[in-house]
Design a protein. Sequence first.
Lengths: 267, 368
Amino acid sequence: MSERDTEPTSERDAVLRTENLRKKFGGLTAADDVTVEVERGTITGMIGPNGAGKSTFFNLVSGFYQPDGGTVVVNDTETTVMEPHEVTEHGLVRTFQTPRKLEGMTVREAMLIGPQNQLGESVVPLFTQPAAVGDEERANLERAEELLGRFEIDHLADQPATDISGGQLKLVELARAMLAEPDLLLLDEPVAGVNPTLANKLADIIEELNDDGITFLIIEHDMGFIMDLADPIVVLNQGAVLMEGTPAEVRSDDRVVEAYLGSGGGA
Amino acid sequence: MPEDTRSAFEGGEDTSQERIESATNVVLAVAALGLLAGALFGLISPRYLVFLVSLAGMYALLSLGLNVQWGYAGLINFSVAAFFGLGAYVPVLLSASGSPITDALPPIAGLFVAVVVTVLLALAIGIPTLSLREDYLAIASLGLAEVVRLVVRNQENWTGGTGGLGGIPLFFEGVPVLGTLARDIGTVDVGFYTLGFQFWNSLLNAALVGAFVLGSYLVLRRMHRSPWGRVLRTIRSDEDLAEALGKNTYAFRMQAFVLGSVVAMLAGVYYAYSNYYLTPDIFDPIYTFYAWIAVILGGSGSNRGALFGGVVIVTIVEGTRSLGIGASWRLFAVGLLIVLVMRFRPQGVLPPRDELIWPSARGGEADE
């Protein structure tokens, strides 16, 4: 964490740790020496005004962007220069702000992309071990059905994945990400465009999964949602960490208010 | 797991799909019966009939190969003709008496060399381009296909150049029984016709292309209805999502590109050994576009559609030829067909369905 860090970094069990992460796009500094730790077992929130560098941070730690400097450590393994799929193998799974719908698949089929290292994803076993591929597929189907049931979206299983609503898609995304068995799940605006009832349901599910041992890092603009759900909360502004604290600390910090409303308004 | 895990695309999602499939089957059956009747009543020579069926198989191979690349993985590949040409040239350059390189190898050995060369060329194109966005692959593959065509046309000391290659042996030359079968059968009188060596040899070539099509179809169908096929379909819709879920999209795209190229290459093997002479015309980009038309028409991602597309291409190419319609009108017909399909049936005639879960895991079905 930045200069306001209250604990020495080495003593925390961090599932994700970044140090001095930097990324520039031309003249724009999108990540400016970002040092953040996500402690295992927490639901950590990440907020900041538009353009603060939240999505850039997600892209950097998940391997979609290569940083210009700094390091990323996931589960004690440095993943700084890894490809996204390699980062995922180390336990970090992410979702996207605006997920694209998978064409030509049912929700059930779309769910089955989640499990990692499936035997049937390699060509040779399809011909040499068809029974083993079938057994694994059945087991994955059962887990998928179970998750769809848990998220109360099992009635969508046979629907074309292109026909479900945006909110339902968020639930499917979360359920699918669980099939990848992540240690840390990065959610990028999980309730953007989602009605309040579904948002509450999503919050309950996230808390349940957190109780099961999944760590969350969540970007969200809905302040009510994130302040109720997350602790601690990291605030980014202009590519840099502005502060980290409990929801109450964040709410009462003048710099956060200023970052959101602009210094001109309050001065 | 529920009893019935069939997809919505399979069942009663739209009866219009079922009607179109039934209509397609009827049209194909009527066309097949018509051709058979034509042969029985002396209107179409049996050899031409066999040639038509073989040609449909050849175009089906081109479209099956492209379907793996475009239909499964979303790769825009404009180098189908290059691999088609390789399939013809590599075995012929190693087996034909007119080859400037050697005629020492039997054609079947040449086929295996062609597989290796195809894999190497596909890797050579794929390595620099598949990590880029799909439009770069489109441009690079088109450029590379032209490079291959121009090299074959101009490197006379390697390829025979524009003069082409003669002295092409029978494909089964040197193979026990099959190598001499066409001669051994001799002439047989059937109805209006006397069937001789040419007919039996055409039949053997038809069996060859039939085996290629059947083998490719069965292999590709199994691969598509698997976790492997599912990942490719995901990459086609959203590559970032596939990466975020731990899939090495570059490796999957490469596999699809190489596999599709090998299938397209097989079409070239048939082409070479069903002709007495081979010229660089086989590298003409029109074959690439025929393959694209077949895939789009049949339904991107559908193996059945790719087979159907192959049949339609032969119908257009040979049908217009039989009716004495010129090449420019043929291209016009093809273009018109594409416009009509895109306007009224953008998903193709036989779009993919229920092919993304391993069959034995689907509620006890075993319909691989």
